[in-house]
Design a protein around this ligand. Sequence first.
Ligand code: 6PG
Length: 470
Amino acid sequence: MAKSSVGIIGMGVMGKNLALNIANHGYFVSVFNRSDSETMKQLFQKSIDRLFPYLSIKEFIYSLKKPRCVLLMIQSGTPIDIMIETILPFLQEGDIIVDGGNSFYKDTIKRFNFLKKKQIQFLGVGISGGEEGALTGPAIMPGGDKKAYQIISPILKTISAKYNQEACVKYIGPNGSGHYVKMVHNGIEYSDMQLISEAYFLLKHIAGMGNIELSNTFDKWNQGELSSYLIEITGNILRKKDIENNFIIDYILDSASSKGTGLWTAKSALDLNVPCSVITESVFLRYLSSLKANRMIASTILSGPLVNKIKNFNKIVFVEDIRKALYLGKIISYAQGFSLMKRASEYYDWNLNFSNISKIFRAGCIIRADFLNEIVQAYSSNNNIIDLLFAPQFKDIINVYQISLRNIVITAIGCGIAVPLFSSVLSYYDSYRTIDSPANLIQAQRDYFGAHTYERIDKIGSFHTNWIDY
Ligand code: 6PG
């Protein structure tokens, strides 16, 4: 029997759909799962002829072409280490292990180093696009052994999403860099989703839109510069009804959970001293949303303004201001994400290519958006731009759209409606553009109570003042 080009371990939705995607492109794929063979057969009724289910790890591994390539699509964390230990005895020098889950990049670095000693090639691959993307074409971010990437890149290129025929997969860099880039993708996903949710809330509560008008508004926005997957699905979500003819959105609990990649992005930003305030705030807002019980109590105790009729309210202008604020929020959130990747690239010596990364993001992944073309252009002319906000593609539009952002934040605050992420974007924007921050006082306070010294604007060096006259 012909040997398989790749073996996949883990038949959850992502693993199963990737297996089908690869098989649908003409490759033989071996699959291994802990379930019985009947379940496996049922899983693959449609294209069973190129998929070979195995219940024994040894037979599964020996069914693969050399160098063997084993793709792990299992839960991140300890299960990955256990599986690596399980398959290692059957692998040979030069074989390839690919971790295609949302693994923590520091774990990927450790696994890379561990497997290098065993002469096993390792790739940590970020895969984005959810269930549907895995089947029809995900965005793929491979990091680790470059030689291993070269061996499996024909398969990855074939199954990936395409943007104008260009495959949304490119080698990212050494060890944990692929998983790092996927992690930041998810961090940006968090802020994109939060900004869209706040826009929805303002349209609903201040502009008084019903679900159909809301849905049409997002559809319309999706025709313009906001065009993106998340805006598109928001339009679809808002018009969806259940069998009782109720809009489903109105019956979904306002409490969102998270699996960890947003938290890791925020943690990394804190570790690397990068002010990713917008991404980090969006992680906190998931936590705040899930304090539903506390919020119910707070709503009966803590007072604030009621949404009353706003004087001189112009709905058309307000809706357009929200659209512009959303676009500006998006630019700033992506800019923060790319600044974080830039810092990580320096710190870990990854030599990341940001034009390539933004090219990968253009199709297949959750944060795909037309405006990524602008980011591609910005980085194609200079991979080392200090900040995306200074790029010619963005700076003019930012200067105009900040007025709209300011308008909607002022209106929302006046009405007592929380727009924490829009507010965070505006605070970041104003803090960033100011030449005089209040940090002079913080320096003085630190020196006062801790003799931490301070720098001066008129002299070079560190200074200390004896602030208290005893
Ligand atoms: C993707 C998604 C995917 C997943 C996230 C959701 O790129 O396909 O980002 O990775 O949906 O894990 O993350 P939370 O559960 O933390 O929202």
